[in-house]
Design a protein around this ligand. Sequence first.
Ligand SMILES: Cc1cc2nc3c(=O)[nH]c(=O)nc-3n(C[C@H](O)[C@H](O)[C@H](O)COP(=O)(O)OP(=O)(O)OC[C@H]3O[C@@H](n4cnc5c(N)ncnc54)[C@H](O)[C@@H]3O)c2cc1C
Ligand code: FES
Length: 283
Amino acid sequence: MATILENHSADPMMPVPFRVQRLRQDTYDTFTLELQPANGVRKFAFAAGQFNMLYVFGVGEVPISISGDPAKPQTLVHTTRAVGVVTKAMRKLQRGGMVGVRGPFGTHWPVAEALGSDVVIVAGGIGLAPLRPALYALLARREKYGKVVLLYGARTPEDILYRRELERWRARLDLEVYVTVDRAAGNWRGNVGVVTTLIPKAPFDPRSAVAMVCGPEIMMRFTMLELQKRGVATENIFLSMERNMKCAVGFCGHCQFGPAFICKDGPVFRYDQIKELFAKREI
Ligand SMILES: Cc1cc2nc3c(=O)[nH]c(=O)nc-3n(C[C@H](O)[C@H](O)[C@H](O)COP(=O)(O)OP(=O)(O)OC[C@H]3O[C@@H](n4cnc5c(N)ncnc54)[C@H](O)[C@@H]3O)c2cc1C
Ligand code: FES
């Protein structure tokens, strides 16, 4: 899968300055940054599934998937969960604040390869963010695909990302959206249970479906099993992996996953190509 490098610094190790246009709090611990180039870069071309290294000046750099629309390269969008030093500092940025951006890096979701097939997207928690660009791309050429199904699981109703957008997607007649939570609270009237419980009854044809999966590793393990039980071929299942990164260009070995590097051979992998590694708890 090709990496798209365009309009950016010629040196992949050199961050390009971007300015915060908007910071939206999505949930109590998750926020979305909209960034615009500070140095005359006009657009930021990327493919659905790719990620950037975001540098909070004076604090550090973290890999974050691009969660915006690949057809709108004027604004760079990232959705991040504040878990530690860098992501918590990022959450404190204000409109006009600066972020260094390196990228885009990595492989992408097989949106073009899935033309003519049913597509099932399985997202857990923040895993919906890297899959959102794939959904935009699928919906932009909706007539070229069979059924398109989104199965999304969050821990609690408060953890559900992109609520308004999910409602808009749910209202569409050409997209099947199922949302579930692990634990219900308040006035939640939807599904309760882990996201894998949605797979047996989801309306797609397993003989031809292409599956795109992102979420915590434990969720992905069980998702792979359920998809295979349902009859989806391993070569039609794709997943996005996370590992700590430093260089993001295959030099430092920080993201090594067996013989592969997540930064350049992933983060999106075809399941049959990493099946043996994925079964191991620690690599
Ligand atoms: C290819 C790739 C794409 C990614 N895309 C996204 C994305 O779109 N949005 C996003 O929010 N994150 C994403 N991540 C994860 C993100 O890079 C990490 O959460 C981030 O590096 C944490 O940095 P920190 O300095 O804030 O935390 P650190 O200070 O490094 O960690 C603080 C604590 O948080 C824990 N921690 C670290 N990461 C996570 C995590 N992901 N979940 C739970 N606990 C964690 C650590 O174990 C540690 O205990 C991606 C990672 C990769 C490799
Ligand atoms: S992050 Fe350095 S090799 Fe992948």
